[in-house]
Design a protein around this ligand. Structure first.
Ligand SMILES: *Cc1c(COP(=O)(O)O)cnc(C)c1O
Length: 363
C-alpha cells in the first residue's frame, strides 16, 4: 500500500506538500516574531512586505505589466460573477457570455440580474457523442458587446478552450481552475479572475487581474466601496482587512512555483500528466471520458466506468490505496481526477496503476 496520499479533489484542492510543510513549520512563529502570520496586522511592515512580494511573484509568473492591477479579494469566484456586471454593465450595454458548462452558465445567469446579457451556447454533442466546443465562426455573436465572458477551463465537465477568444469588447475570463497551469499572454485579456482554492491556495480569496484602462468603463458610484475595483487597486487590496492567511499561503505557492521553473514548467508537466491519464482511459472501453480530444481539460478529467455499478467499489478501493477526492461532481456522477499544479506525476502514475489493476480484476 502506498505511503503517500494523493488528493484529486477539484476544490478546495491539494496544496504543494512543500508549501504545507513550510506553513506547518512557521505556524506558531512567523519569521521570528513569536506569533502566527494570521495574528499580525495587515498594516504592519512585515505583512506589507509579504503582500507586495506575493503580488510581484504573481506578476512575474504570469508576465503581468503595470498596465494591470492585481487584486487579492475576499470571497469566491462567484462573487466576481456579480462584481463584474455590477461594475461594467451599464444601461444600453450588452454582455456576451460563452456558455459550455455549469460555471459559465452560472456566471451568465448572475450577470443577467444586473443588465442585458446574451448567453451563447457554445457546446454540442458531436457525431461521436462527445462534448465539443463549436467553432467560433458558427456563433451568433453580439455586435458590440461591452464585454465577452468565458471560462477557459470548465471544472465540472472537464472542457478546455483550445483557443483564446477574440471580441470587439473587453475579454473577461474565469480562470479559477486553470490559472498558472499554462502560459498565457496577459495582453489577450482585460480582466481575469480566479478563486484561490483550485490552483492558488485555500478557499476564501479570489485574485482579479484587471487592465487599469477598464476602470474608465466602470461605474462604481452605486456600489459598496468593498466592490470597487479601483478603490481596491488604490489601496493595495486593503480597503478593509484582507484574507491575510489565504494571501500568505498563496505567497508560498507562488514562491514554490518559481522554484519549480514557473508556469512554462507547470504547463509541460500538466500536458504529461493529462496524457498519462487519458491514455489509460482510452486504452479500451472499460473507462470513458465524454469530451472531444481537442477540448479535453488538462486540469479536471472526468471519467466513467462502463459498468456504473462498480463506481462505489472503485472509489472505496481507491481510497484504500490513498487515492482520494475522485468522486465526480454531484451533477454529473462518475469519477473526476483533478490534476492541478500540486499533483506530482507520481500521483497520476499511482492512479493509472490502480485503474489498470481494477480493470484486470473487474473487466
Ligand atoms: C470553483 C469554480 C467557481 C466557483 O468558485 P467559488 O469560489 O465556489 O465561488 C467558479 N468558476 C470556476 C471555473 C470554478 O472552477
Amino acid at each position: 500500500m502506498s505511503e503517500t496520499t494523493f488528493n484529486f479533489c477539484a476544490g478546495p484542492a491539494a496544496l504543494p506538500k512543500a508549501v504545507m510543510q513550510q506553513a506547518h513549520a512557521e505556524f506558531l512563529d512567523w519569521r521570528g516574531m513569536g506569533v502566527s502570520v494570521m495574528e499580525i496586522s495587515h498594516r504592519s511592515a512585515q505583512y506589507q512586505g509579504l503582500a507586495e512580494k506575493a503580488e510581484s511573484d504573481l506578476r512575474k509568473l504570469l508576465g503581468v505589466s503595470d498596465e494591470y492591477a492585481v487584486l487579492f479579494l475576499h470571497g469566491g469566484a462567484s462573487h466576481q460573477f456579480a462584481n463584474i456586471p455590477m461594475s461594467l454593465l451599464q444601461e444600453n450595454d450588452v454582455a456576451e457570455y460563452l456558455c459550455n458548462g455549469i460555471w459559465s452558465n452560472k456566471a451568465a445567469k448572475e450577470a443577467a440580474r444586473f443588465g442585458s446579457v446574451k448567453a451563447l451556447n457554445v457546446v454540442t454533442q458531436n457525431s461521436a457523442n462527445l462534448q465539443e466546443i463549436t467553432p467560433s465562426e458558427s456563433w451568433q455573436r453580439v455586435e458590440n458587446p461591452k464585454y465577452t465572458h468565458y471560462t477557459p477551463n470548465e471544472t465540472i465537465e472537464g472542457h478546455r478552450f483550445s483557443e483564446v477568444i477574440q471580441s470587439s469588447g473587453a475579454i473577461v475570463a474565469d480562470m479559477s481552475s486553470c490559472i498558472l497551469s499554462e502560459v498565457i499572454n496577459i495582453n489577450d485579456f482585460d480582466l481575469i479572475y480566479a478563486g484561490a482554492q483550485k490552483n492558488i491556495g485555500p478557499a476564501g480569496m479570489t485574485i482579479v487581474i484587471v487592465k487599469r484602462d477598464l476602470f474608465n468603463q466602470m461605474d462604481f458610484s452605486r456600489l459598496p466601496k468593498i466592490y470597487n475595483y479601483q478603490a481596491q487597486a488604490n489601496n493595495g487590496s486593503m480597503v478593509n482587512t484582507p484574507p491575510t492567511y489565504a494571501w500568505y499561503l498563496s505567497s508560498l505557492v507562488f514562491e514554490w512555483l518559481l522554484s519549480q521553473g514557473g508556469v512554462a514548467a507547470m504547463e509541460a508537466l500538466a500536458i504529461d500528466k493529462a496524457a498519462l491519464l487519458y491514455s489509460c482511459i482510452d486504452s479500451d472501453d472499460f473507462y470513458a471520458n465524454p469530451v472531444a480530444i481537442k477540448n479535453r481539460s488538462r486540469m479536471n478529467i472526468p471519467f466513467t466506468l462502463k459498468n456504473t455499478q462498480l463506481d462505489s467499489l472503485f472509489l472505496e478501493l481507491a481510497e484504500k490505496e490513498r487515492l482520494v477526492g475522485l468522486q465526480g461532481h454531484r451533477s454529473v456522477g462518475g469519477m473526476r481526477a483533478s490534476l492541478y499544479n500540486s499533483m506530482p506525476l507520481a500521483g497520476v502514475q499511482a492512479l493509472v496503476d490502480f485503474m489498470q489493476e481494477f480493470k484486470r480484476q473487474h473487466g
